[in-house]
Design a protein around this ligand. Structure first.
Ligand SMILES: NC(=O)C1=CN([C@@H]2O[C@H](COP(=O)(O)OP(=O)(O)OC[C@H]3O[C@@H](n4cnc5c(N)ncnc54)[C@H](OP(=O)(O)O)[C@@H]3O)[C@@H](O)[C@H]2O)C=CC1
Ligand SMILES: O=CCCC(=O)O
Length: 397
């Protein structure tokens, strides 16, 4: 907090000078800790907008700076995320809502506290939001309750007591059940509220949920994410949103707590489609990488060296460097469950079918993930798909 006040004084004294110092302070702070900096009131805001814009423009030459205007009452907000999740938000002290919490919808609901939902909800709580939670398996709520979350016994009660409710559920069936089923979120929805579904589902499912939520007068946004367990923990997700633009704007400060970027893609279904295309590519990449690792080993090469070679060339990808070393050791600590990757391939193939787009590579990859599931690997990380190839090879030899 001292840091943000130092920034504010500099704003007001000399807006041309501040950005370099701001970047330096934040870099130091970011490397020391991993917490959010919020509330940076501009102390003499006569030239607040001008100095802030100037500061943001100058600061962007030092770091990845993301100006976002969110709401008439705030001057502006920007996120600074170098290696760690750090956010700085600037507000006018003349503004009646100089408390950043006033920019955030009153109470936030979170439904579905699995690998992704738990850290996402946790980041909201750590950023100072009032959060209510529900999960089918209640014990998964306990760590969040101990951080200050309020437990509600059903999705309906979460939705009824919150302004904006997020859902992060396994698949289309669970997303529909939690939103539209008995004691589902829709039963607690009414005008003025919003439902943001971050689960990876197909467009038809998303439209069904949207229709049900909107029939209550509430707003709907689909917001599936790219990024896995670690980005969820670090507030570095990429949101692929579509639906009600006004809910997108209301939810933006929350998306910025949980993520590093956000895309607004228009009508409901477009966010789901974008997510499925991304995961279709990812699933095929992982299947192909698995084949390469095993082939290299079979011809007497060291697969660890293959990982190293790939990391230095044009086909390098963080996924190969992150997963490769443990795959070589036949270890698959779960970040993205294999069953969800197969679900995404299945849904992506359905999307392709709906527009008669050939996707032979993804279809082959899907078969491999199905084999992996039948080998009992559903809850392993999706990189365990390599085991399906080992099984096939063993069958043949
Ligand atoms: N893990 C990852 O890397 C990523 C996952 N995703 C997507 O995000 C979503 C969540 O993924 P993730 O957190 O990994 O999955 P998990 O399997 O860890 O969590 C799934 C969540 O859905 C709940 N759930 C499952 N079935 C039902 C049901 N019938 N009724 C009510 N709740 C149910 C689970 O409750 P319970 O605890 O009771 O089982 C749990 O809260 C999925 O759609 C996935 O594809 C997107 C990006 C990355
Ligand atoms: O849906 C899962 C995506 C995982 C990732 O983007 O790393």
């Amino acid at each position: 907090m001292n840091v943000s006040l130092a920034i504010c004084q500099e704003y007001t004294e000399n807006p041309n000078k501040i950005s370099e110092r701001m970047a330096k302070i934040l870099t130091v702070k970011a490397s020391c800790s991993n917490h959010y900096l919020t509330s940076a009131p501009i102390l003499s805001p006569s030239n607040g907008q001008a100095s802030l814009s100037k500061a943001m423009a100058l600061c962007s030459s030092f770091c990845h700076l993301k100006p976002i205007h969110f709401g008439a009452k705030s001057i502006s907000c920007f996120s600074f995320k170098p290696q760690f999740s750090v956010q700085v938000k600037a507000f006018s002290s003349q503004d009646s809502s100089s408390n950043p919490k006033d920019m955030i919808p009153g109470r936030i609901g979170f439904l579905g506290l699995g690998i992704m939902g738990s850290p996402m909800a946790q980041n909201l709580i750590k950023a100072g939001c009032d959060v209510s939670v529900w999960n089918r398996t209640k014990r998964k709520c306990d760590p969040l309750i101990s951080l200050g979350a309020k437990y509600e016994p059903s999705p309906e009660e979460v939705a009824a007591s919150c302004d904006v409710t997020f859902a992060m559920l396994a698949d289309p069936e669970s997303a529909v059940d939690v939103a539209c089923g008995k004691n589902g979120a829709a039963s607690g929805m009414s005008p003025g509220k919003g439902y943001v579904d971050a689960s990876t589902v197909d467009g038809a499912t998303s439209k069904l949920i949207s229709t049900k939520i909107k029939s209550t007068g509430a707003l709907f946004l689909e917001a599936p994410v790219s990024g896995s367990k670690k980005p969820a923990e670090d507030g570095q997700l990429i949101f692929l949103t579509a639906g009600d633009k006004s809910l997108y704007e209301t939810a933006a400060p929350l998306l910025d707590i949980m993520g590093k970027s956000r895309f607004y893609l228009g009508d409901v279904g477009n966010g789901a489609a974008m997510k499925l295309v991304v995961n279709m590519i990812m699933g095929s990449m992982m299947a192909s990488f698995s084949e390469g690792l095993l082939l290299s080993e079979k011809v007497g090469l060291d697969p660890s060296v293959l990982v190293e070679v790939i990391s230095q060339g044009a086909i390098s990808a963080p996924m190969y460097s992150m997963k490769g070393p443990s795959m070589v050791r036949s270890l698959y600590p779960t970040a993205f469950p294999l069953k969800h990757q197969q679900k995404d391939l299945r849904l992506a193939l359905g999307l392709a079918e709906s527009v008669s787009q050939p996707t032979p590579i993804a279809a082959a990859a899907n078969e491999l993930y199905k084999v992996a599931k039948s080998c009992g690997l559903s809850d392993e990380d999706f990189s365990a798909v390599i085991e399906a190839l080992k099984a096939k090879l063993e069958e043949r030899s």
